[in-house]
Design a protein. Structure first.
Lengths: 303, 533
């Protein structure tokens, strides 16, 4: 007797519940975009906005307020100070410390005075605004290019309407994940970008598997209604979809919990994206394929 | 593809052994002597985020290089025009890399054109307009030459920076040109970022100029700088208070000699105070020039100017032959050593700006390695456990494939000397999650086929065949997304994309090919009635 999370012959009426999915997704998107607007746009990290990050580890317990007090009347007075692991803090500022002497004067000396040299500067990142705007441009191109590449690939392997469904589902995933990043008030960094592109590559997988089955079933039963075939295909592939998402989710979770604070920018959006990506390939991609079908019922017969 | 099972087993064995072969240096630290010649030397190359070090992105100000070239050209041009008896006024370097001048004679332009053609083929007349009886002319470098010059400037800078980094003693530095005028430096293990940056980014233009003692420095400081002279500053440390103050000098504009004439430079300790100074030796031509200059300027002061700062201005007591000189000026030992390095490596042809700097300390790097390994082990174990629980023996086969997949990723990284970064480790772990997808697809399909009452053999064949094309599709789409990231990501993130690509390619081999070999082997050698799936 083999173990089965999803019983064979399962028949959930996904297609019938699509309108709830549309409502659900719309709410998520509105909340996400709402949060981005509320926060005055995405919260760009120094990769995109330019600025400096200094990671300092202390040998004993110290509060962010103590650090803020120590940095008073330096150029880092208005910096953001964030706890980052045990006894460890990130100091962020929009100032680009291209000159190491400024860093020494504004960080090392005041901290030495206040904390008796019981600390270690473990990381310094300085990004000039020029590079920041380069990265921003590249990031936007990268995301759009990934969408386009998937559109072309799926369009070539399947049909254009399938591809449109798949890609709109990806846009859906990216918006909701960015919304989640915004709600958590996390910074948008290059790592966030990398996880968005990973999500795009991952989410399209589920969509491809489902679309593949739809195509197979359409060939086997050309007379049956597409809505029914889509429902059948989703149910047939449901077990695989859930299992794969589970294994990927487990690895991302391990990464998030054990990978250290440095990797959180990469792991958190992935946690959200893996769940949303799975949901969207079942509901959103198929909803769009079906909507297309209702608009142009003739296409299917020709293929 | 390969029908014969023996051939497929052989392929699997060869690939696995090759992978292990490339990983020997990474996991075995001391290979005994005769053996080590037959083994690869390269360990897996760790990114700066894992081993600590400095990442610098620098921009070479090529426009400045053009401007200073025009500055020099304008002086030569003046001389040429005088030789050719052209009457002119106000030849000077103007906005951008241009030279403006006023020709006071109506025939001047024709002669100017001839002079340009014969002596300055790189220059062309950008615009001219009548002024009084003559003309106002603007000259610029012709575009093709300007592009060439900028390119040369970047190449020269790259060369110089490479020299400096080599002499500074960084193990395995990476110095890569990027775009038109940028240089990316990866310097593992740099402990003093400030010193490294000073050493690399310093223009290090060494100039020898005569101090203008015919005119009054005070008058010049009040704003009446005599024609042909400039004000420059030096620093002086007050021995008593330890405070550094600025000292102004009035110098003759003309540069008599530059660092380009140096043969070598080294640190020496002066006998009297035990203070380090840099002793320089000129090359043959430089020594001859220095001999002549000192001979012509006895009793005058010769200023040694580095990047516009006067280091010292000793009085020339007598003619100096032999081409030796000293640069003194309150150096620490490190400062003196670094100055000697930059003088030996030569001046940068243009100033550089640091656009991006990322420094990771070694302790953070080793923390990251530990976290990365821990996350990978726990994540992989979760997946491995899940597969065994869910798919029994078939799951164990998939797990074997996943483990081989990880080994292959590491082996490819080692063999091609690709860099493993923290996001790269994350990519490897994620590949584990994604790679079992291929097996899940196959196994689910096999279960479906078994449910329809097919025999084990037939169900296996159909499962693999049906799932194959879907697996190709999912892998290709993942690889395409990762390739986009390779082009747009930087440093550590590029590492994420690279390991993901390697992992997906390896997964095509491990999840489809290797697992099938195992199943086929078992089916051929044992009489399997019921599949553990």
């Amino acid at each position: 007797m083999s173990m089965e999370l999803i019983k064979p012959g399962v028949n959930i009426d996904f297609v019938g519940k699509m309108k709830y999915a549309v409502i659900f997704s719309s709410i998520l998107i509105i909340i996400g975009i709402g949060s981005i607007i509320y926060h005055g746009g995405l919260n760009p990290g120094i990769d995109f906005a330019g600025g400096s990050i200094i990671q300092v580890k202390f040998s004993k317990n110290i509060s962010a307020d103590q650090i803020r007090a120590a940095l008073k009347s330096t150029k880092l007075e208005n910096s953001t100070i964030q706890q980052f692991g045990v006894h460890e803090f990130l100091i962020r500022t929009h100032e680009s410390f291209s000159d190491q002497k400024m860093l020494a004067a504004n960080v090392e000396q005041p901290l030495s005075t206040a904390f008796n040299k019981d600390f270690e500067i473990r990381r310094v990142e300085v990004v000039g605004s020029k590079v920041g705007s380069d990265f921003t441009r590249k990031a936007i191109i990268a995301v759009i290019l990934s969408w386009l590449a998937m559109l072309i690939y799926v369009g070539w392997r399947f049909e254009f309407r399938y591809a449109v469904g798949g890609i709109l589902a990806l846009v859906h995933d990216v918006i909701i994940t960015m919304g989640a990043v915004s709600i958590m008030n996390m910074e948008f960094t290059i790592a966030t970008l990398a996880s968005l592109i990973f999500i795009i590559g991952f989410s399209i997988n589920d969509t491809i598997v489902t679309l593949d089955r739809i195509r197979e079933n359409v060939k086997l039963n050309p007379k049956q209604k597409l809505g029914d075939l889509i429902n059948l295909s989703i149910n047939q592939t449901l077990s695989r979809t859930v299992l794969t998402s589970l294994t990927v989710f487990l690895t991302v979770l391990a990464l998030y919990i054990f990978g250290g604070a440095v990797i959180h920018d990469l792991a958190f959006p992935m946690l959200v994206g893996v769940v949303i990506g799975t949901y969207s390939s079942i509901y959103i991609a198929c909803t769009i394929v079906l909507t297309f079908e209702k608009m142009k019922p003739s296409i299917m017969k020709r293929k | 593809m390969f029908k014969d099972l023996k051939i497929r087993i052989a392929i699997t064995a060869v690939v696995c052994l090759a992978a292990l072969y490339f990983l020997i240096p990474t996991f075995v630290s001391n290979i005994p002597s005769p053996l080590d010649q037959y083994l690869p030397k390269e360990k897996i190359h760790l990114g700066l985020d894992l081993q600590g070090g400095m990442h610098l992105l620098m921009e070479i100000d090529t426009d400045k290089a053009l401007e200073s070239m025009m500055e020099r050209t304008s002086n030569d041009l003046k001389e040429s025009l005088m030789e050719n008896k052209v009457r002119f006024r106000n030849v000077e370097k103007a906005e951008g890399a241009t030279i403006s001048m006023e020709l006071t004679d109506s025939a001047g332009k024709t002669v100017l054109e001839k002079v340009l053609k014969d002596r300055f083929p790189d220059l062309e007349i950008a615009s001219s307009s009548p002024r009084d009886s003559g003309q106002l002319v603007t000259l610029k470098i012709n575009n093709k030459r300007a592009i060439d010059l900028k390119k040369l400037t970047v190449e020269h800078s790259l060369e110089t920076i490479r020299n400096r980094v080599d002499q500074f003693g960084v193990a395995e530095p990476e110095i890569i040109p990027e775009g038109d005028n940028r240089i990316l430096l990866q310097l593992p293990g740099v402990k003093d970022p400030e010193r490294a940056k000073n050493l690399i980014g310093k223009t290090a233009l060494l100039e020898f100029k005569i101090v203008d003692e015919e005119n009054s420095l005070d008058e010049a400081l009040r704003g009446n700088i005599p024609e042909g002279s400039v004000i420059a500053y030096g620093t002086r440390e007050d021995k008593a208070s330890g405070q550094r103050g600025q000292v102004p000098y009035l110098l003759k504009n003309k540069t008599l000699l530059t660092g380009a004439s140096l043969e070598t430079a080294k640190v020496q300790i002066s006998d009297r105070f035990g203070e380090p100074h840099v002793s320089i030796k000129f090359n043959a031509q430089g020594a001859a020039d220095f001999d002549r200059i000192t001979n012509e300027n006895v009793r005058k002061r010769l200023a040694i100017v580095l990047d516009g700062v006067v280091h010292s201005a000793p009085v020339i007591q007598e003619r100096i032959s032999g081409g030796q000189a000293q640069i003194t000026g309150n150096f620490t030992m490190d400062e003196a050593r670094d100055l000697a390095i930059v003088l030996r490596a030569g001046a940068l042809p243009a100033p550089v700006n640091i656009l991006e700097e990322r420094t990771v300390g070694p302790s953070l790097g080793s923390d990251s390695i530990q976290h990365g390994i821990l996350a990978t082990i726990i994540g992989s174990l979760l997946v491995i456990l899940f597969m065994v629980v869910y798919y029994r023996l078939s799951g164990a086969v998939a797990d074997l494939a996943v483990i081989i997949n990880i080994i292959l990723i590491l082996a490819v990284l080692a063999a091609f000397q690709a860099t493993l970064t923290l996001p790269g480790i994350a990519g490897m772990l994620l590949t584990v999650g994604v790679a079992v997808d291929a097996n899940i697809l196959i196994f689910e399909r096999i279960r479906e086929e078994l449910r329809t009452g097919k025999t084990v053999r037939l169900a296996l064949n159909t499962g693999y065949d049906r799932a194959f094309i879907t697996i190709i599709d999912t892998h290709v789409s993942g690889i395409v997304a990762a390739i986009i990231l390779v082009f747009f990501g930087t440093g550590p993130i590029k590492g994420f994309a690279v390991t993901t690509i390697i992992g997906l390619l390896a997964s095509l081999f491990t999840a489809i090919f290797i697992t099938r070999v195992i199943f086929d082997y078992v089916m051929q050698n044992f009489n399997i009635k019921k599949l553990s799936i």
